[in-house]
Design a protein around this ligand. Sequence first.
Ligand code: VGL
Ligand code: ZN
Length: 201
Amino acid sequence: MMPATHALIVIDVQNDFCPGGALAVTGGADIVPGINALMDEFACVVLTQDWHPAGHSSFASSHAGRDPFTTIDAPYGPQVLWPDHCVQGTGGAAFRPDLRTDAAQMIVRKGFNPAVDSYSAFFENDHRTPTGLDGYLRTRGIERLTLVGLATDFCVNFSAVDGARLGYEVEVRQELCRAIDLDGSLAAAQAGMRDAGVTLL
Ligand code: VGL
Ligand code: ZN
């Protein structure tokens, strides 16, 4: 067992990010057995769930004439436009059926603000509006985080960097993550995580 101060954070292991889903990440489903096994080692297990209202501002379909995987200047900074995904209450937003959700004590939903995306488990993409996870972890006495899940270069990356900035000791188990890798985004994310003091395993 890991010490009680060490939490496992499982990022967005949802149907839409796995093969067959709306924003499928190559190999996304392959990490589930390893994540399930890792849960047994942690007294604190948190899941995050991408949870967008229909018509969310991060969807290309909400912007006339814009294609998925292009970038716009949102009021809070650059924003990649995605295919419609993880719409609240849909099967695509559900966790992968083989993920051991019962082993988690906390599920953090994010991306529910129609006007602002939220990659990070800690803050919306304005880098200001908290999800509440920091308060949860602090009040449970958590000091160290292991991150796994989808996608390495977006939600895992933003969560890891924010976690390090908030003062947690953060490690990313890359073999239990998979990347979207848009135009070199994986290499950029790895460099950014290293710069923030995140340990890449
Ligand atoms: C994610 C793109 C859009 C992720 C979520 O979980 O990495 N990526 N929404
Ligand atoms: Zn999303």
